[in-house]
Design a protein around this ligand. Sequence first.
Ligand SMILES: [Cu+2]
Length: 149
Amino acid sequence: MNYGLRCALALTPMLLMLTATPCALADGTVNVTLEDASEGGNLSGMKMTATPDSVKAGRITLHAANKSQALVHEVIVVLPPANGAPLPYDDKEGRVIEKRIKDLGEVSDLPPGKSGSLTVRLVPGNYLLICNQPNHYKAGMWTKLTVTQ
Ligand SMILES: [Cu+2]
């Protein structure tokens, strides 16, 4: 069995997602841009963009850049519920309920103008990147990340 196939087989079960598999299929980089209107901290124009939005499975480094001039943002890598259900959300807090989601890693609380990085090992699947500062997720501050074989 060749190395690549052995790696693919080793990475197949979803449960192995966070284990330290010794073989990386690929080293991918995703640039994540965090933007808002930066006008007195209002919630319009909230946006998260992942470039590229599809990467190969393996070690993936997210470089998050908070372009805002006013607001703290963050990036949380989330494995969405398998049944397609929406992420559990607390309307009063205006946040996704983090202890009830599959949080695979995060670049938390990036001050305006700052950048941060995170490396995660992801198997093929559909992931979400979200900002969970109060009300940001509902304001549209999330994006999809597809991980391919
Ligand atoms: Cu945000």
